[in-house]
Design a protein around this ligand. Structure first.
Ligand code: SF4
Ligand code: SF4
Ligand code: SF4
Length: 206
C-alpha cells in the first residue's frame, strides 16, 4: 500500500493535528471492526448459510424507532450462555462525540465537568478513550473513541437504541457474531423476534 501523501509529507513537517488523529483512529478501528467479520464469513463460505440481523427491521437499529424500551430478546434468547449477538461500533459512522448517548445515560445529573454522571450500559462494556490530548480548560470540546468490550457485551441493545438520529449517528448496531454463533438450524432468537429481523442468508453471497 502506498503512503498517503498527507500522512507521509505534511504530518512529518507540521506534527499531527486532531484531524490526522481522527483519520488514523477511524481507519485502524474500522479494520478491526470489519476485518474480523469478513474473516469469519469467508471461513464459513462452505456452510449453507448464516444468521444475520436485518438492520431495517430490528427495532433497536432501524431509524425512526425512538422513545421506546430497548428490545432485549437477542440478549436473553440465544442458546448460548452469553448471546452470540453483540454490539459493534461502526467507526466509519461514529462522530466520536464527547457526550455519546450510547455511552452516557444522558438524562442523569450533570457533574462538575459538564458530563452526565451515569453510564448507559448495564454491563460497563463500553470503553471511552480520548483522542489526542484532552484540553482541561475545555472538557466538552474533545473527541473520544468508543470500544465495545466483547467479553462483557451481551447484546442487550440499549446503547444501539440510544445511538440513533437525532441524538446519535447510528454507529452502534447489533450483529450476530459469526465466530460465536453455533448456526442453529432454527435460531431461538429468530423464533421470538417481534420484528422477524433474524434472517438466514447464504454464507457466500457470490
Ligand atoms: S429480537 Fe429482533 S428486534 Fe429484538 S433486538 Fe433482536 S433482532 Fe432486534
Ligand atoms: S448492547 Fe448492551 S451490554 Fe452491549 S455494549 Fe450496548 S448496552 Fe452494553
Ligand atoms: S443461531 Fe443459535 S447460537 Fe446463533 S444467534 Fe441464534 S440462537 Fe444464538
Amino acid at each position: 500500500m502506498t503512503a498517503d501523501p498527507i500522512e507521509g509529507d505534511d504530518t512529518m513537517k507540521r506534527g499531527p493535528t486532531r484531524r490526522d488523529v481522527l483519520g488514523h483512529a477511524a481507519r485502524g478501528a474500522g479494520l478491526v471492526a470489519f476485518g474480523g467479520a469478513a474473516f469469519y464469513l469467508t471461513s464459513k463460505a462452505d456452510a449453507d448459510g448464516v444468521w444475520v440481523i436485518d438492520p431495517e427491521k430490528c427495532i433497536n437499529i432501524r431509524l425512526g424507532a425512538t422513545g421506546i424500551e430497548a428490545c432485549e430478546e437477542c440478549a436473553t434468547n440465544c442458546v448460548l450462555p452469553m448471546s452470540a449477538v453483540r454490539a459493534v461500533n461502526d467507526f466509519a459512522k461514529c462522530g466520536r462525540c464527547c457526550i455519546c448517548p450510547g455511552y452516557y445515560e444522558v438524562t442523569s445529573d450533570t457533574g462538575p465537568d459538564g458530563l452526565p454522571t451515569r453510564k448507559l450500559c448495564p454491563r460497563d462494556a463500553i470503553e471511552r478513550v480520548p483522542i489526542g490530548e484532552v484540553d482541561p480548560e475545555d472538557p466538552l470540546n474533545n473527541f473520544y473513541d468508543y470500544f465495545i468490550d466483547e467479553s462483557l457485551c451481551n447484546g442487550c441493545g440499549k446503547c444501539v437504541l440510544a445511538c440513533k438520529e437525532p441524538a446519535g449517528l447510528s454507529s452502534l448496531r447489533l450483529e450476530v457474531r459469526y465466530d460465536l454463533c453455533t448456526d442453529c438450524n432454527r435460531c431461538s432468537i429468530a423464533m421470538v423476534c417481534p420484528e422477524d429481523a433474524l434472517v438466514r442468508i447464504p454464507a457466500d453471497p457470490a
